[in-house]
Design a protein around this ligand. Structure first.
Ligand SMILES: O=c1ccn([C@@H]2O[C@H](COP(=O)(O)OP(=O)(O)O[C@H]3O[C@H](CO)[C@H](O)[C@H](O)[C@H]3O)[C@@H](O)[C@H]2O)c(=O)[nH]1
Length: 353
């Protein structure tokens, strides 16, 4: 995040779900600027307390609340300039078992955030989504897809709205809590087999820093209803496992465990249909809201003619990283570097670029 430009100077920013990996990273970067105040909004007071002690900056203010509760979000967004909306239920399996909980947090909660921001005259809201919202097959992805629709409907239904609401879609954030890279590392450290679901399965790979840059880009470039995607490379899970083993200097002991519930062989960051109305912005795509009028006649006479020329932006067909390239990317991650140092493997630990 280019905080040197200091566009956040004197601003108040609310981060919903602010105690998570994203909230920590974005808050740390914002604190390098002359930001006036960062409000961390979340349900868990213990995590807030940990963050308060860890970061120790009086510009951080903590708000206990739940996006499901409109009043708590409305209070937290009073006098705020920008909102990063990261609060969500993100675990695929738990959302399968409790889909209505995903609806309450990811859909109704997001509507509360947008409505409260609009009421309080917030300038810009960026909602965090996931590639699992594209052609969703699981409740988490479905609820995120609906969150995107809720975000876009704000502008469609309120053409004069001053609060700009946009979305960003992530691929897999490398080394995020509970994800596969820290799992593989723990398995190696304990001398266990590496559990690979399907070696041919592919995923987009993004660092936490890339994901923060994506949100920053959205803030600076969003028009009402835009959805931004950052172009990203991908890899197969088999190659990812091999790269992790190479770094930790172990012979891969791979156990293929089969696809988990509600998983897809690949993910798409943008669908073919979306790409027909996307703007290519070098490292990013801007996908504009479908702002056709609610006039069904128009849909018949003005359909999209050139969809067949496009293909989905999919992790099977995007730039595939080789095993050495994945190793290079892994070496840029602080968590991986920490684990390598802890394991006494220092030969590859020249300063990260
Ligand atoms: O033991 C395991 C666990 C996972 N995988 C594979 O590793 C890949 C990544 O799995 P993660 O559990 O790290 O991530 P998911 O793709 O399931 O989902 C994650 O990335 C999403 C974005 O696509 C959302 O952010 C979501 O919240 C987050 O959990 C998948 O292909 C999965 O099949 C394995 O091979 N072995």
């Amino acid at each position: 995040m280019p905080v040197t430009k200091n566009e956040y100077a004197g601003k108040k920013i609310l981060i919903t779900g602010g105690t998570g990996s994203f909230g920590h990273t974005v808050a740390a970067k914002l604190l390098e600027s002359d930001v006036e105040q960062i409000r961390i909004f979340s349900r868990d007071e213990a995590k807030q307390d940990d963050m308060r002690h860890e970061m120790g900056d009086p510009r951080l203010k903590f708000y206990v609340g739940d996006v499901r509760d409109y009043d708590s979000v409305a209070k937290a967004s009073r006098d705020v300039d920008f909102v990063f909306h990261a609060a969500a239920l993100k675990q695929v399996p738990s959302c399968e078992f409790f889909p209505m909980e995903a609806v309450r947090t990811n859909v109704v909660g997001s509507e509360n955030v947008v409505r409260a921001a609009d009421f309080n005259g917030v300038k810009s809201v960026v909602c965090l989504s996931t590639d699992k919202a594209v052609y969703p097959v699981n409740a988490m992805g479905m609820s995120k897809a609906l969150m995107e629709k809720v975000a876009q409907s704000h502008g469609l239904n309120n053409p004069s709205a001053e609060t700009v609401v946009s979305c960003v879609r992530y691929g897999n954030v490398m080394y995020s809590r509970g994800s596969v890279i820290p799992l593989f590392i723990q398995q190696i450290k304990r001398g266990k087999n590496i559990t690979v679901t399907d070696p041919a399965m592919s995923r987009f790979l993004m660092s936490l820093d890339d994901s923060v840059d994506l949100v920053d880009f959205a803030f600076h470039n969003a028009n009402q209803g835009d959805l931004f995607v950052r172009k990203a490379p991908a890899s197969t899970i088999g190659d990812l496992a091999e790269a992790v083993c190479n770094l930790f200097e172990v012979t891969p002991k791979i156990e293929v465990i089969g696809t988990r519930h509600a998983e897809k062989p690949s993910e798409a960051l943008a669908s073919r249909e979306e790409l027909t109305r996307a703007e290519d912005m070098n490292e990013y795509f801007r996908i504009k809201a479908d702002n056709r009028d609610l006039n069904y006649k128009l849909y018949f006479s003005e359909g999209v003619r050139d969809q067949a020329e496009y293909t989905d932006y999919d992790s099977h067909t995007t730039n595939q990283l080789s095993v050495p390239e994945i190793e290079g990317l892994l070496l840029t991650l602080p968590g991986v570097r920490f684990e390598l140092a802890a394991a006494g493997i220092t030969s590859r630990l020249e300063p990260a670029v």
